[in-house]
Design a protein around this ligand. Sequence first.
Ligand SMILES: Cc1cc2nc3c(=O)[nH]c(=O)nc-3n(C[C@H](O)[C@H](O)[C@H](O)COP(=O)(O)O)c2cc1C
Length: 178
Amino acid sequence: MKILIAYASLEGQTRKIVTAAARALQDAGAEVQMFDTADKAAPLAFDTVDRVILAAPVHERRHPLTFEVFIGAHRADLQARKTLMLSVSLNAAFAEGQEEARDYLTEMEMRTKFAADRNVLVAGAVQAGSYEYFETQILRHVVLRDLDYDISDGPKEFTDWDALKSEVAAFLEEPVAG
Ligand SMILES: Cc1cc2nc3c(=O)[nH]c(=O)nc-3n(C[C@H](O)[C@H](O)[C@H](O)COP(=O)(O)O)c2cc1C
């Protein structure tokens, strides 16, 4: 089975997540093609693709524009295949952030007029120390405001790698029909 992983990543955590997903798929015998939606020059053919994993982070309540444009441009190709969406955010790391993390996805579905067959809210990472002043302020006062983590605690990876691999395996094992 050939799986296309189309992703965006602004700071590297989603790239790390799709790299782990690709390894898990390859270990299970699948063929994987990676496509960075920011790389508009790269060739992309859907003909031989059986299933698609979409993955993108949330920055200021939205998934990257290049990613939404990719979905809009390939909506018919995506609808014709089984799809899994990995939405990466910090809210996904906290019980009290689940509703907001789900809202980011719903808003993207409304804008792109596309909803994946399966959706997983994946916890991202805080790269404290590498942010500009503006980014630090957004994280501290907007994103992490009501969440149980302070950016001055330093960098932290919230991603649950075992849970991610289980989700990817479940997607691969879904029956072809239905
Ligand atoms: C400037 C900025 C804005 C962010 N906005 C949000 C947000 O609105 N909601 C959220 O849950 N996470 C937010 N995050 C957290 C990112 O989703 C998280 O750091 C993720 O791991 C980034 O993935 P990437 O490294 O692939 O870009 C934000 C991060 C930054 C730096």
